[in-house]
Design a protein around this ligand. Structure first.
Ligand SMILES: [Zn+2]
Length: 258
């Protein structure tokens, strides 16, 4: 990162966090209230830089507001706390639809044929610099106290995963974590696939069984949304993710059941 950008970032991070944005966090971003004070401050700084550098665009008739921008930025920046990392360097724009939207989809048929169709989406992450989200689904994160889902976290995990040029379930890792990551996430992915195939109810969402990249994204959602349940039921996976994210959300205050 160049000198000018570093200087600008330092200045933007040091700005006081607007009171109205604090209100938005209280309303839409439940974890922000649970973070230790230093983390909360770091998050507020990251949110300001994120909003300074990334471009937001409304689609499907959505009018962009501070509420949408701050809410999305907060969930995205949660993944960056404590880490010496760039701020989603491959991504420059966030496109937001008012509600789940229809997107073109190619499906491979059994004989290798490609079928064209459409499907309903809540969000997606492209390797060409954009994340797309449905605002309805983003707002639902705060209103479902038992939910495990977090569409913003999900799509931004794909961005972290893409930082080395491949979306395959392994982001750039510190050397000390490479072997553990491959083993623990590989094993947990296989056991999730088996459990889903047997029809067992799982803590980690079934969509995580579709590929290692989706497993990383869905497991991260669970790590931040149901941290205590994950630590109890998947302690090795919890530890691997805690090492990568350098956070221990199971220690956040809150109802013991989560
Ligand atoms: Zn995904």
């Amino acid at each position: 990162m160049g000198w000018w950008r570093r200087r600008r970032r330092a200045r933007v991070m040091g700005r006081p966090f607007p009171e109205s944005w604090g209100e938005i966090l209280r309303r839409n971003v439940p974890f922000s209230e649970k973070l230790p004070v230093d983390d909360r401050r770091e998050l507020e700084g990251l949110i300001q830089v994120f909003l300074d550098e990334k471009h937001f665009e409304g689609a499907g008739g959505l009018r962009m507001t501070d509420e949408i921008r701050v809410t999305v930025a907060a969930h995205a920046c949660l993944l960056l706390l404590h880490r010496e990392t760039e701020l989603y360097p491959r991504m420059s724009s966030i496109i937001v639809y008012p509600r789940p939207y229809r997107a073109r989809q190619q499906r491979r048929g059994p004989a290798g044929t490609v079928e064209e169709g459409t499907e309903i989406r809540f969000g997606e992450s492209s390797t060409r610099g954009a994340v797309v989200l449905a605002w309805d689904a983003v707002r639902a994160i705060a209103t479902d106290p038992h939910g495990c889902g977090n569409v913003v976290v999900h799509e931004f995990v794909h961005q972290l995963d893409a930082e080395d040029g491949h979306v395959e379930g392994t982001p750039p890792l510190p050397g000390s974590l490479v072997a553990t990551w491959a083993q623990v996430l590989g094993d947990e992915f296989e056991s999730l696939r088996e459990e889903i195939a047997r029809g067992v109810a799982t803590l980690i969402g079934a969509y995580g069984a579709s590929s290692p990249a989706e497993f990383f994204a869905v497991a991260t959602e669970c790590f931040f949304m149901r941290p205590r349940a994950m630590r109890r039921r998947h302690p090795e996976l919890y530890d691997a993710l805690a090492s990568y994210y350098r956070q221990d959300p199971a220690a956040w205050p809150g109802p013991a059941s989560r």
